[in-house]
Design a protein around this ligand. Structure first.
Ligand code: GLC
Length: 625
């Protein structure tokens, strides 16, 4: 064979190899390429069906390898309490998430899915996870760097379960404690809520310099966050959940928008829309606020997600006209829809609306571009699958110590003896006999509150692992001190036992969302009866386990010392640490404490401000540490 021919054959073979190699090469899969180019390349390859699939988030109960593959589903979630099995381990969670992910990776373009969960005070759906104080208690700490550390710990415990996305933080500014979600709000003061957005760099990682406002998630030990619920969720009439927020533009921006400015600057990956309405317009259909303000004015570049069946609630009757709901929510600027169950109906509806030009393709492309940006930024294409290597972070000793510190700093001392010269707290560790009483003294479920193991929370001591306040007291006092526990002691028992003092731990039952809406804000019985029976005969310290200020004024004269402990989570040791003086009281009220509910709404700065305990109030004591 001549030299020339061999040369030509060589050229053909080399070009062939290059072509074959190029045929396998897809720019969007190349992490060395700029994210903008990867998005553009991938978008150019996607069909309408694949694009719409990315906009769909389904509940894990209707998901499977096959569903993820067949419908190109972009995201899966666990609703409150939706777990692989009871007391599922980190490994069980990883296996479940990976199975869904493998379905996504098996699609034509192999776009990984993102799994979301309400890790709102730790990885709280998960058995044995560290449960931190709910946001109202964190607001009382006035410590944004503590909250950032909590974000980092939460990210590790979420990743331990193979999950990459959390529906947190809630940056609601709760303006009326009658709202069942007020404990999810850091404060009535927008400046405290703004400061607590420090949890976002804790969850996602510190945004790199000169990239303010760009969604950022720093790899496998961090998670994508979600600022919620946009906007005005905490300002509804009488605190009625999902109701209407009547407010002028200045009030909206200065109060309810406060946390969003900082969240966007800190690179929050997603924003969830509120069920509530703004001056009569459903937020899920509010194009001016979602597209006009959040995306264009604030230049938010992550993705906007609906709330759970949030689009279904646009119509007067739930799911009344679903096509109408799809049309107005997507055109308003919602990018991903938490459907969560009837995903074929959603996909068919949106496909019809696009093909018939009711929803422009440019809107679909904006949504998918945002979703892909978050997935590329967080490295999901490079690391789509989880492993068991992080399982030991779940409920780790270090995290529990962090939660214990948070509990200590969240406690607000409202009364300490008849006067400053006769303080009751701190209590002596060494004494003859003390009584511990109350429905919340020996009840890990009550001290966790809602959004724990299940959506509404689980009273009792079987739901997860932690330290009850009673156990904490027993751990702390001198071994010679007798600790008697009676949840609901009768008067005779109280009178006949010569207790040196009593600790009465009472509060609210567990609740979440609308189930917590309350017009009377009273402590449910037998709390008041226990308090009265004990405090009438023994020097008493009352510890309130509540998601918000409650009616306490009628009992105050009988109470010798009063502590607001909010919803402290699993680490009840933090309460005893402060009651017995190892640490001092430092917490400050994040909310105004009313005298009577007919004063509500009443917030710091209001005219006619006449609280029982004002916003920012909190007595202090010295601790030995
Ligand atoms: C709920 C809540 C929202 C939560 C979502 C997913 O209804 O409004 O805060 O993130 O559904 O559980």
């Amino acid at each position: 064979m001549g030299k020339e021919l061999r040369f030509l054959i060589g050229i053909v073979v080399v070009c062939g190899c290059v072509l074959v190699a190029n045929a396998d090469y897809m720019l969007y899969k190349d992490p060395s390429k700029p994210i903008g180019r990867r998005i553009k390349d991938l978008m150019g390859r996607m069909s309408l069906e694949e694009k719409i699939g990315q906009m769909v988030q389904i509940e894990r109960q209707v998901s499977s390898f096959e569903v993820m593959k067949k419908y190109y589903i972009g995201s899966v979630l666990s609703g409150g309490g939706s777990v692989p099995k009871e007391n599922a381990s980190a490994q069980d969670w990883v296996d479940m998430v990976n199975d869904f992910q493998k379905g996504s990776l098996a699609t034509r373009l192999g776009i990984p899915m993102i799994y979301g969960i309400d890790a709102v005070h730790g990885q709280n759906n998960v058995y044995k996870a560290t449960i931190f104080p709910h946001n109202v208690g964190l607001g009382a700490t006035r410590d944004p760097q503590l909250v950032r550390r909590i974000g980092a710990a939460t990210a590790l415990e979420v990743r331990a379960t193979g999950i990459q996305y959390v529906f947190a933080p809630c940056i609601a500014v709760c303006r009326d404690p009658r709202w069942g979600r007020c404990y999810e709000s850091y404060s009535e003061d927008p400046e405290i809520v703004r400061a607590m957005t420090e949890i976002i760099p804790g969850l996602q990682g510190e945004i790199p310099p000169n990239s303010l406002g760009v969604p950022f998630v720093a790899g496998k030990e961090k998670v994508a966050a979600c600022a919620k619920h946009y906007v005005g969720d905490g300002g509804t009439i009488k605190g009625i959940n999902e109701n209407n927020t009547l407010i002028d533009w200045h009030g909206l921006l200065s109060i309810h928008m406060a946390g969003y400015y900082n969240s966007v600057i800190k690179g929050v990956a997603t924003v969830m829309v509120s069920y509530s309405s703004l001056n009569g317009v459903k937020m899920h259909a509010h194009q001016q606020m979602i597209t006009g303000f959040l995306k264009k004015t604030l230049r938010f570049r992550g993705f906007v997600i609906s709330d759970y069946m949030g689009i279904d609630k646009i119509t007067p009757t739930m799911h009344g006209n679903y096509t109408y709901s799809i049309l107005h929510s997507i055109n308003a600027g919602i990018d991903m829809v938490m459907v969560p169950n009837n995903y074929t109906e959603f996909i068919d509806g949106l496909t019809f609306l696009v093909k018939n030009n009711f929803v422009p393709m440019s809107r679909i492309d904006d949504a998918v571009k945002r979703i892909l940006r978050v997935k590329f930024v967080m490295g999901l294409f490079e690391n789509p699958l989880a492993d068991y290597s992080m399982a030991n972070y779940l409920g780790s000793k270090e995290h529990r110590e962090l939660a214990r510190e948070a509990v200590r700093k969240s406690l607000v001392l409202l009364k300490n003896g008849a006067n400053a010269d006769e303080p009751v707290l701190p209590l002596p560790k060494k004494t003859s006999r003390i009584l511990v009483a109350g429905t919340h003294a020996d009840n890990i479920g009550n001290q966790n509150g809602g959004w724990t193991i299940t959506w509404q929370g689980v009273p009792g001591n079987n739901c997860t692992v932690g330290t009850t306040i009673l156990s904490a007291i027993r751990n702390t006092v001198d071994p010679k001190t007798e600790v008697a526990f009676k949840e609901n002691p009768d008067v005779e028992y109280v009178k006949s036992n010569e207790f040196s003092h009593a600790i009465v731990v009472v509060g609210e039952t567990t609740y979440a969302e609308g189930y917590g809406d309350s017009l009377n804000l009273t402590i449910p019985e037998p709390g008041p009866t226990i308090l009265t029976n004990v405090c009438a005969y023994v020097k008493c310290v009352v510890v309130l386990i509540t998601g918000r200020p409650v009616v306490i004024q009628p009992y105050l004269p009988q109470i010798d010392a009063l502590v607001a402990a909010w919803l402290p989570g699993t680490e009840g040791q933090g309460v005893a640490d402060v009651l017995f003086g190892d640490f001092g009281f430092s917490g400050k009220l994040p909310r105004t404490w009313f005298k009577t509910v007919d004063q509500l709404p009443m917030n710091v700065g209001d005219p006619h401000y006449d609280p029982l305990f004002p916003f920012g109030f909190g007595l202090e004591t010295e601790g030995i540490n």
